[in-house]
Design a protein around this ligand. Structure first.
Ligand code: C2E
Ligand code: MG
Ligand code: MG
Length: 754
């Protein structure tokens, strides 16, 4: 049986036990939680990339605790570091950084702040690492720092990339500062964010700061043509980049320069425009060079007129505009007559001067928007725009003829040139540049044919003439290659002895049909094309050889005359060619005579005198042909070593019909004699003419009356007969000896009957 007191004691014990149990469970639980926490901290610490530590605040940073990360960070195991058992942390710190790190930590501790410090460590394997250490001091009651607790992590990679970044930044800065190109960053409104010294220099400022301070309204302040700025902005907005954008700008000193800009828009990740950046280059010099090149490519250096290239371009433009306005364009080809002769005679410098003078004159007599271009040589092209059927063009062409014909001074001498003009009209005569030029050319040749110094409008019929000309030129070339030439010989008769005293070699081209082409049909073309040089050499060789063959036959020795062209006299080593021809033929020089015209010798008399002197020294005789048709300066004539004057047949033809002609012939005879020259009359066709010449003491004659030009064989026969005294020409001898008694003579037609 339970006593009540005993039962209550039992009850309180039970409850105490219960409480104890409960407490024990609680303790157990909190231990578990603590263990859990410790485990968690340990896990965390061992997984941390870095080292958690606690060390004494002493000279060695003696470690009391280091986490697992120690090994990964330093290569040492935690136990090797703990209590400096193998190495102290102070030894691990890089010697160069040791003191600084300590000073920084000490300073933070003294200020009761957490510390943050970066330095290098030397790992067990010798490698150097950058670490970042942060922590705090743990103090005793008296505020003395006993230990430090903190965390050290490897920042080598970050550090290296920062260093690389800094290095890059430094080198970019140096490029920026030292570049010769201007570099800028601007806000979209034009304000500068950043500019380099070169940009300031380009714009004429002493420093970037001065340039930035000066800027107000870029568009109007800088750009000569403010719309360029709009173009720039438009391109930028459309493409986010602008390349080689060239514009003319004004510098601080108001000088104008050309710059080339390259720029791009810089946007953030969301695509918002942050700023523009780019470069500026002073391209003034290359721009000017480029302009010069473009100018040179488009202009003729002698006259500064547009050249063919630019002329083509202008003509195209004018055609387009004429098409719209239903108007016309005239293409006028201007060719100076005999310019080659002037060039050859006076030299290229004088020739160029003449071209310049003519260019100025043409420009001055045309309207401002007409074009005068030079195609080369003595060829100019005028482009005239107009209305109607071209009456204004005729007037313009006439004006050009007039201004060109005005005399010019060259080397103190007055010289007159003329020109021939060919005109084609757009759209009537062609709708493209080539056709219009070709047709103007055709018309120009027509003008030359009609005696030069005139203008001709193109007509389709002209093409036939040109084709013929081209064919002739080709034929002439072929003739040169195949030596399809022949010489005819016209006797020259001595009017005193009545004997054949010489002969003139006259050139013919054998045409494939068997006929002979007359000089009037090919000499000019041969001169213009330069073919006269090889042809002339052939004539010289052939004439010398023929004359030598006559002498070899035992026929009376006499002189053979050949005709020279201006080109042969000026361009060509004439003396040497003559010498060679004589030597090859074995003909003594005294049996060769050269006929020159007045215009040939009067063009550059001083030079000609020298050449003629050399020829005379060779022993060759010189004659002035067609005397009276050109201009002669008597003072020069006197100085030329000329033996004979040949009175042109145009005067002889008029003898007896025109008193003037008779006076001229008489005057020439006495002039020639007074200069010590012999006078020979050309183209004597009638008895009356011959009688007049004899009466007036003319020395010799040449003409159909006595003989037409003969083939070599005919000429030989003639000479043989004469030397046998069996010729019919005794009549002439009679005539000569019975001078004054011609009435008894029945003398009609050509004596040779040829
Ligand atoms: P030119 O030297 O004055 O020659 C005289 C021209 O008058 C020749 O013409 C001759 O046939 C012609 N003729 C001679 N007698 C009479 C006559 O009584 N009445 C008429 N109406 N004419 C007469 P051709 O042979 O046609 O030569 C013409 C011109 O061609 C020559 O004039 C000369 O300037 C040139 N020529 C001829 N051969 C040569 C040559 O080999 N070289 C050069 N450069 N020119 C030449
Ligand atoms: Mg002649
Ligand atoms: Mg003549």
């Amino acid at each position: 049986m339970n006593k009540p007191g005993k039962r209550s004691k039992q009850g309180s014990l039970n409850s105490t036990l219960k409480t104890l149990g409960k407490r024990k469970r609680e303790i157990e639980l909190s231990r578990q939680a603590l263990r859990e926490k410790e485990r968690m901290v340990a896990t965390l610490m061992s997984n941390l990339d870095g080292m958690v530590y606690r060390c004494r605040n002493d000279a060695h940073w003696t470690m009391e605790f280091v986490s697992e990360g120690c090994h990964r960070l330093t290569g040492y195991h935690p136990e090797e570091l703990l209590l400096n058992s193998r190495i102290s942390y102070d030894q691990i710190r890089h010697p160069d950084d040791r003191q600084r790190a300590r000073d920084e930590i000490d300073a933070s501790l003294a200020a009761k702040r957490r510390f943050f410090v970066e330095y290098r460590i030397q790992c067990r394997d010798g490698a150097t690492k950058w670490v970042w250490e942060r922590g705090a001091g743990v103090t005793d009651d008296g505020d003395k720092v006993l230990t430090l607790e903190g965390f050290i992590e490897d920042i080598t990679e970050r550090k290296l990339s920062t260093q690389a970044l800094q290095q890059a930044e430094r080198s970019f800065r140096s490029i920026f500062e030292n570049a010769t190109e201007g570099i800028f960053q601007t806000l979209p409104d034009g304000r500068y964010l950043n500019i380099n010294p070169a940009l300031a220099r380009i714009y004429g400022y002493d420093s970037p700061a001065e340039l930035i301070a000066s800027i107000g309204d870029i568009q109007h302040q800088r750009y000569i043509d403010p719309t360029r700025r709009d173009d720039f902005m438009r391109l930028m907005q459309e493409h986010d980049v602008v390349t080689n954008f060239v514009s003319e700008i004004r510098r601080k000193d108001n000088d104008q320069i050309w710059i080339s800009e390259n720029a791009r828009a810089v946007r953030d990740e969301a695509g918002n425009l942050l700023f523009y950046e780019g470069t500026v280059e002073d391209v003034t010099e290359s721009k000017l060079n480029q302009e010069k090149l473009v100018y040179l490519a488009n202009h003729d250096p002698v006259t500064n007129l547009p050249n063919r290239l630019l002329m083509n371009d202008r003509l195209r433009q004018m055609m387009l505009s004429a098409q719209r306005k239903r108007s016309i364009v005239a293409v006028v080809l201007v060719d100076l007559d005999h310019f080659k002769l002037i060039n050859d005679t006076f030299g290229h410098n004088r020739g160029d001067q003449l071209l310049q003078t003519m260019a100025h004159r043409m420009l001055a007599c045309l309207r401002e928007n007409d074009t005068v271009a030079r195609l080369g040589g003595d060829e100019f092209v005028l482009l005239l725009s107009g209305e109607g059927r071209g009456e204004a063009m005729s007037q313009a062409a006439q004006r050009v003829l007039n201004v060109i014909a005005r005399p010019s001074q060259i080397e103190g001498r007055e010289l007159s040139v003329s020109c021939s003009l060919g005109i084609s009209i757009f759209p009537r005569d062609g709708r493209d540049v080539q056709t219009l030029l070709r047709n103007a050319d055709t018309a120009m040749y027509k003008a030359k044919e009609l005696g030069r110094n005139n203008f001709q409008f193109y007509s389709p019929e002209m093409n036939a003439v040109i084709t013929e000309r081209l064919e002739l030129q080709t034929a002439l070339r072929v003739a040169v290659e195949n030596e399809q030439f022949v010489l005819l010989y016209q006797p020259k008769v001595d009017l005193i002895s009545g004997q054949i005293a010489g002969m003139e070699a006259l050139l013919r081209v054998k045409d494939p049909a068997g006929g002979l082409l007359q000089p009037q049909n090919f000499i000019r073309l041969a001169e213009e094309s330069g073919l006269i040089l090889p042809i002339g050499e052939w004539v010289m060789r052939e004439a010398c050889t023929f004359n030598k063959s006559l002498q070899d036959r035992g026929l009376p020795a006499m002189r053979i005359a050949i005709n020279l062209s201006a080109r042969q006299l000026t361009r060509y080593d004439l003396v040497r060619a003559v010498e060679q021809a004589l030597r090859n033929a074995g003909l003594p020089a005294e049996y060769l005579e050269l006929e020159l015209t007045e215009s040939m010798v009067m063009h550059e008399p001083e030079n000609v005198i020298a050449t003629l002197g050399q020829l005379e020294a060779l022993g060759v005789q010189l004659s002035i042909d067609d005397f009276g048709t050109g201009y002669s300066s008597l003072s020069y004539l006197k100085r030329f070593p000329v033996a004979n004057l040949k009175i042109d047949q145009s005067f002889v033809r008029e003898l007896g019909q025109d008193d003037n002609a008779s006076s001229i012939v008489k005057a020439v005879i006495s002039l020639g004699h007074s200069l010590g020259m012999k006078v020979i009359a050309e183209g004597v066709e009638t008895r009356e003419q011959m009688t007049f010449l004899m009466e007036n003491r003319c020395d010799g004659m040449q003409g159909f009356l006595f003989s037409r030009p003969l083939s070599a064989d005919e000429f030989i026969t003639l000479l043989e007969r004469e030397s046998r005294g069996t010729d019919q020409y005794s009549i002439l001898r009679q005539l000569c000896s019975s001078l004054g008694d011609q009435s008894s003579l029945q003398f009609t037609g050509s004596i040779t009957g040829n």
